[in-house]
Ligand binder design. Structure first.
Ligand code: FES
Ligand SMILES: [Fe+2]
Length: 466
């Protein structure tokens, strides 16, 4: 991959595709999609982890922030592309720049606050000063100590190769040859983000909850599709009255959507016959029906929902994941980033999202729910985190890692339906289709040396039997 700076090729690091024993065949062998078997080294191997930083995170489109977090010139939010810290900042021209947060002198981090507003970024080490678009605009002692030898035009902050947004959600990739964000998201990714926006304009509430769990990031992604664990893992949260597992589960009405490049949505879905009735309702009737149903039992969306999620996707009450690591949860009230911090550590960032016009009472409930379900104080995340860290732990031991993981649920028992608009979905019961899709896609990303190879050799979204 090549990094760009100020429009010029700055450094070529094609040589960092260190495979360290992992060639294409051995990577593809890590997951057997026909048998539903995963090699546990996927969750623990250090060389695979290094390759993930290059081939998945630097190459893919990563969620950066929401428009509402950086409304004005100079507003910034710090995020990561893999382990590379980046500054997402609104430039003088109103465009969003994504800049590697590392000074071109000795590499010091320029911006230390998690978010804020700045006129420029001044390095705390020796005072180099960078504009909001990353240009190096000031160097103490440039003419005296450096004798005019510094070419400032070559020493701007490195910019993400592509930055773009969909419905106010900003993404960035370090790969100049990555497909456009629109094409990358595809139907499934766009349906997932549409889920958040189907009730109108939204904003992120200030205060991102952040915590670290001792688990591989993929275990956390696998789990968001997993509706099998809910009754069992979260029984205690259910008995504490935090939520009602039976009301949200709908074990025999599950809807799965599998999209190109690894995106997926899995979880409860409205039966199509019920959706047909809803399609005939006015917005007023939908609101009335939602109010009269028990909480979460049916997510009846307004008409805008079908525009953003598609005629079949609008039935989803499940969990989308934008590959690799953006989980959209609870029908769009929160999104969670699973940031890799080594094979056995993941930093989770929880963004709470509300409709822009939501009254204070709604916001209060949204914050209460966000704190009590997920995040460091959330009961559900405490249940899940224990299981994720112990599952990761068991991928390290010499004997236990030989056992692999079993992902057989529903394998060979379902079919992908294609609706009249071309949208693909699987109507089924509780299953592991999306988990298998995650690991299959992961091996394809990891085995491909560049975007050209990934484009040519990745699996298309499945049709027929799955
Ligand atoms: S490291 Fe930034 S100015 Fe020296
Ligand atoms: Fe859970």
């Amino acid at each position: 991959m090549t990094l760009r700076c100020g429009g010029r090729m700055q450094m070529a690091d094609g040589a960092t595709g260190v495979e360290q024993g992992w060639d294409r065949a051995s990577i593809l062998a890590l997951f057997d999609a026909e048998a539903g078997w995963l090699d546990r080294r996927v969750l623990s191997d250090q060389a695979l982890y290094q390759l993930e930083l290059e081939r998945i995170f630097a190459r893919g489109w990563n969620f950066m922030c929401h428009d509402s977090q950086i409304p004005n010139v100079g507003d910034y939010f710090i995020n990561y592309i893999g382990e590379d810290q980046v500054i997402c900042v609104r430039g003088e021209d109103g465009e969003v720049n994504v800049l590697l947060n590392t000074c071109r002198h000795r590499g010091n981090a320029l911006c230390r606050a998690e978010q804020g507003a700045a006129k420029s970024f001044v390095c705390s080490y020796h005072g180099w000063n960078y504009a909001l678009d990353g240009k190096l605009i000031g160097v103490p002692g440039q003419s005296s100590y450096f004798h005019g030898d510094l070419d400032r035009s070559q020493l701007g902050l490195v910019k993400a190769a592509q930055v773009d947004s969909y419905l106010g959600f900003w993404f960035a990739t370090m790969a100049p040859d990555a497909p456009s964000l629109h094409d990358y998201l595809g139907d499934v990714g766009r349906t997932g983000i549409g889920m958040i926006c189907s009730y109108g304009d939204v904003e992120v509430i200030d205060g991102i909850q952040k915590n670290v769990i001792d688990c591989n990031w993929k275990i956390a992604v696998d789990n968001l599709f997993d509706w099998y664990h809910v009754m069992y893992s979260h029984a205690s949260a259910g008995s504490a009255g935090i939520f009602k597992p039976a009301e949200i589960l709908h074990p025999n009405n599950q809807l799965v959507m599998l999209g190109e490049y690894g995106h997926a949505i899995s979880g409860p879905g409205l039966p199509s016959e019920r959706q047909t009735q809803i399609d005939l309702m006015s917005d007023e009737e939908r609101i009335e029906a939602s109010r009269s149903a028990p909480a979460n039992s049916q997510r009846i969306r307004p008409r805008l929902g079908a525009e953003l999620m598609g005629a079949s996707g609008v039935r989803s009450m499940g969990h989308p994941n934008i590959f690799p690591n953006l989980w959209i949860t609870l029908g769009g009230m929160q999104v969670c980033l699973r940031l890799p911090r080594g094979p056995s550590k993941t930093e989770l960032w929880w963004f709470t999202i509300v409709p822009k016009d939501a009254p204070a009472s709604y916001r209060k409930v949204a914050v209460w729910t966000a704190i009590h379900l997920f995040g460091p104080g959330g009961l559900l995340e405490q249940d899940d985190g224990e299981n994720w860290s112990q599952s990761t732990r068991a991928s390290v031991g010499f004997s236990s890692r030989q056992l692999g993981q079993t992902l057989k649920m529903g394998l060979g028992h379902d079919r992908v339906t294609v609706d009249e608009h071309g949208q693909r979905f699987i109507d089924t019961r509780i299953n592991e289709h999306a988990q298998r899709w995650l690991y299959r896609s992961w091996t394809e990303w990891m085995a491909a040396r560049d975007w050209a190879e990934l484009r040519a050799r990745h699996s298309p979204a499945p049709e027929g039997a799955v």
